[in-house]
Every structure is written in C-alpha cells, then in structure tokens.
Design a protein around this ligand. Structure first.
Ligand SMILES: [Zn+2]
Length: 346
C-alpha cells in the first residue's frame, strides 16, 4: 500500500533513471531518527513512477529534518527556534552579543535560531533568562562584555517591558527610592500614584493628554507639599521640554497600560501649538480611599482649577513656576520650590 499523496507533477531528470521523466510531487509519512529516537513526520518527497523511487533535493531534505527536529523539541519540552529568538529580541541583543553574554560560543545562538537542536542545559539557561529579573542579574555581572551602545539599548528595553514581566524587586531598581527633598520626603507609593492617574484620566471633561497629565500630577504633589510638607506619591519630578514630568514616567504609565488599567489613544492634535501627545483614559475607577482627607481635597482642587486647561496652557503655566525656571533639562526639581508655586487654587 502506497501512502504517497500526490500534490502535483513536473517533467525533470530522475536522479535514479538519469533520464527525463514525469516526476510526481507529494507528501509521504517518513520516520526520522533524532538522537536515537524515531519521529514520524509528513515528508515532502518526489516520486518517479518509472523506477518507483522516492527522493528529495537538499533543500527539501533539510525542511523534512527540521520537521523532525520540531517534533523532537516538542516531545522534550525544549524551546522552539522562534521562541528563542523572541527571548533574545526582548532584550534588544544580536545573536552574537547574546551568546557572549551567556558565555556561549559566538555562533551557538545563531545555530539554535536556525533550527539546530539545543542541549538541555542551554535550554534551561534560556528559560531562566526569559525572566527579566534573571536577565538583569546576568546583565549586571557581564555588562563589560558589551559596548556602551549595546548597554544603553538593553537598559532602554528593560525600562519598556511591562510591569507584569517584573518582580517587585526589579521595578524598585528603576524608581527613585530615596526619601529626600526630591521625593517630597516620602517613599514612592505606587498605589497613590496610580490612583491619582486614574482620577485625572476618568474625572475630567476635557481630554487628558500625556503632557497635561504630567503637569496635573506635578501640581498635585507640589501643592500637597506646600500645605503639608510632604508629597503624596513620593514621586520625583524632572525638568522636561514641556514642563515637569514624573521620573520614569514612561515606565509607570507603560505598566498601567500593560495592566489594562489605562488606555492610550494616539491623536494628531493642536498642530498650532506643536504639542504632541496621546489621550489617556482610565479603564477602571480610582480608589479614593488610598488618599487622606487633605490629599483628596488637593486632588479635587487641582482638577477643578487646572482640569479644563489644554496641554499647551498648563505646560505654559508650569514654565512660569520657579521650580521649572531654576532647573535645567532632565534635572530633578526640588520640592523646596513648592513654597513659590504661583498657581491660584479655587
Ligand atoms: Zn526514475
């Protein structure tokens, strides 16, 4: 019984007859031996009805072997080449650099991504390294093996990974964790920060662009410092082009978007004022019980006094504040400037 399934034919030289024949193209079940284990695959083959021989060209043969490798990896719960590639690309590294960081031969990773079967020890290393916390341990230890450009790219990638990818320990490393005049004498409080973001992005009637949100958060923390001598969120703010922004803003907001508590919608808007942005909207209600009475009152004051301003207006207003005027690009803004806030609160 012939299990050959024909899918087409061509006129070609049969490598067996060494004559021009009508060659049938098709599929046939074949068993390949990988590391002494048999794997049945559906192989692509050519068939010559004259000599009744099956054959395949080098390229097709290679594809058939890859199918068997795939089955082998699946049976042994090993990562597939595309999964290995995904782990590597997550950290923005080339095959060569990633191999070097892992202490492997330079072309080892290239071989795996091209379909070569990895051994179990290498496979385990890759599984562990998929966790950014483990990766960062390795990265810290062997960063000297990378160029400054590569180091910068890895750090940027780590900063962009969504929060859920991290253990608490790693997100801590990215945040300003000092208790001093730059944090408003509080430790960064993720719960309060997120609820302030959710409040501003759910309660205001006008769209909340990124630029505007940054300013609202800054005023909220600084006004609270002015009245109570401490900030609310413990967030450090830096001097950016359009005004003060929370340090690690992209990481914080990116985490909220990844966790589906916040949504960002990219919009082309306000070309006149050349202020680029995205509209942010809360996907869940803020939990105001996170705040004290006074903090809640300040939250409402900021919303009612500044909430209806456009990004351009609130940005311009923040540029007039002493804390902004007395600092340079990317410099942290001391909460000490809160005493000089010009903003009138209704
Ligand atoms: Zn033949």
């Amino acid at each position: 019984m012939n299990e050959f399934t024909e899918i087409g034919h061509k006129i070609d030289i049969c490598p067996n007859c060494e004559e021009e024949r009508e060659i049938k193209l098709g599929k046939k079940k074949e068993t390949l031996i990988i590391n002494k284990e048999p794997f049945e695959i559906e192989a692509q083959v050519e068939y010559c009805p004259t000599c009744k021989e099956y054959f395949a060209d080098t390229e097709t043969e290679e594809a058939n072997i890859q199918k068997a490798y795939y089955a082998y990896r699946e049976a042994h719960e090993l990562l597939q080449p595309n999964e290995i590639q995904k782990i590597r690309e997550k950290y923005g590294l080339s095959q060569r650099t990633f191999s070097r960081l892992l202490g492997w031969g330079e072309i080892t990773l290239h071989r795996y991504e091209a379909g070569g079967v990895q051994d179990e020890a290498h496979n385990n290393e890759l599984i562990l390294i998929d966790d950014p916390e483990n990766f960062s341990i390795l990265f810290d230890r062997y960063r000297d093996k990378l160029s400054p450009h590569q180091i910068h790219r890895v750090e940027k990638r780590l900063g962009e990974l969504p929060e859920k990818e991290f253990t608490k320990c790693f997100s801590d490393a990215l945040m300003y964790r000092n208790v001093d005049i730059y944090s408003g004498f509080l430790l960064f409080d993720e719960e309060k920060f997120e609820n302030a973001v959710l409040y501003f992005t759910s309660k205001l009637k006008t769209p909340v662009y990124k630029t505007k949100l940054n300013k609202l958060l800054w005023y909220f923390d600084f006004i609270n410092f002015k009245t109570t001598s401490v900030s609310v969120t413990g967030c450090a703010y830096v001097h950016a082009r359009y005004g003060p922004v929370p340090e690690s803003y992209d990481f914080l907001i990116g985490s909220m978007i990844a966790n589906r508590s916040l949504e960002a919608q990219e919009v082309v808007f306000d070309q006149e004022n050349d202020v680029a942005g995205e509209i942010l909207s809360a996907l869940e209600e803020p939990d105001l019980s996170a705040f004290s009475m006074e903090e809640k009152a300040n939250l409402e004051k900021v919303a009612s006094s500044l909430g209806s301003l456009t990004s351009a207006q609130i940005s311009k207003m923040s540029h007039d504040e002493e804390g902004y005027k007395k600092t340079e690009d990317w410099e942290k803004i001391s909460y000490d400037w809160a005493k000089d806030l010009k903003i009138p609160l209704g």
